[in-house]
Unconditional design. Structure first.
Length: 305
């Protein structure tokens, strides 16, 4: 059997490494933001994971792409050259999904998503899903985890991505995250005074956890802001009104983890996918697969040193 020239040209050259698209997406985000911390918030990653993605890309290409000091991030000449190619590769990736989308599942999915994702990973996840599945109509509900659990049980939602509830539900673990105290960068707490809390209204997983650990530690507290919207909580925290309990990998832009000295540890929380039944429609399964793939891509190798 012979191989024509076109067939040979379509096969990658032996020994040439492949570039991971998640690394390229991280690199482009850093290049656009000129900040590792801003890129981490935009992608919903830890700052160490962003650094590792860029380092692996540099190691694979055997060039320096970014120069970082304590205040600035700049692109090297090689980094400038890569940005155009990287954008083209990611666009081709999107085109591939568009090409085969006609054969994909169709239908409507009533998808409930926790407020925690609203200002971080949700926009990118929805954009990629829309490109890959144009025939699926997403009816999105963003809300507090406990409210979403209730609406799922009431058959008002088909799928929920939220914090694990105390209720014994059939849930699929997406990831486990550490809860931390979050506030403005210039916030200084007076540990002689009650802890000023910025929290969701009840019922709330993070509110309950914060109150529980403070009472267990015999620490006085007062609620300075309550809002069912993450935008409202973020505004209060940016104004320096107090601290709020939040997932470390999803900290909203402009806020930072507060030095926990004098504050009790909050522990961890699970983010899970929950459906009303074990067997789901193809459209719902497509959303489940997209969420799990999004998590694997963003966190690929983030636990390596």
């Amino acid at each position: 059997m012979t191989t024509n020239r076109d067939d040979r040209a379509s096969v990658s050259s032996p020994g040439v490494p492949s570039l991971d698209l998640s690394w390229l997406r991280t690199f482009l985000t850093v290049a656009d933001q000129l900040s590792f911390s801003a890129a981490a918030r935009r992608l919903g990653l830890s700052q160490s994971a962003v650094s590792q993605h860029v380092r692996r890309l540099e190691q694979t290409l055997a060039v320096r792409l970014l120069v970082r000091d304590t205040h600035n991030v700049t692109l090297t000449a090689e980094g400038e050259a890569l940005t155009g190619v990287a954008r083209s590769m990611l666009e081709l990736n999107d085109d591939a999904f568009r090409t085969v989308a006609g054969a994909g599942p169709r239908g409507r999915v009533r998808f409930g998503v926790s407020e925690d994702f609203a200002l971080s990973r949700l926009p990118d996840l929805l954009r990629r899903f829309r490109i890959g599945h144009p025939a699926i109509d997403l009816e999105l509900t963003v809300g507090l985890s406990e409210h979403l659990h209730r609406r799922l049980r009431a058959r008002e939602l088909d799928l929920v991505l939220a914090k694990r509830s105390a209720d014994p539900e059939d849930a699929r673990l997406v990831f486990t995250d550490t809860l931390v105290w979050v506030g403005s960068q210039d916030l200084v707490l007076d540990h002689r005074q009650p802890v000023p809390l910025i929290v969701y209204p009840p019922p709330s997983v993070t509110r309950d956890r914060a109150v529980q650990v403070l009472e267990r530690a015999d620490r006085a507290y007062r609620t300075v802001c309550t809002s069912g919207s993450l935008s409202g909580l973020r505004a209060a925290a940016l104004a320096g009104l107090g601290v709020m309990p939040f997932s470390r990998s999803l900290i909203p832009a402009g806020l930072t983890e507060i030095d926990a000295r004098g504050l009790p540890r909050l522990g961890s929380t699970d983010f899970v996918l929950i459906t009303r039944r074990r067997t789901v429609a193809a459209a719902t399964q497509a959303v489940i697969d997209a969420v799990l793939a999004d998590h694997r891509a963003l966190y690929s190798g983030s636990d390596d040193s």
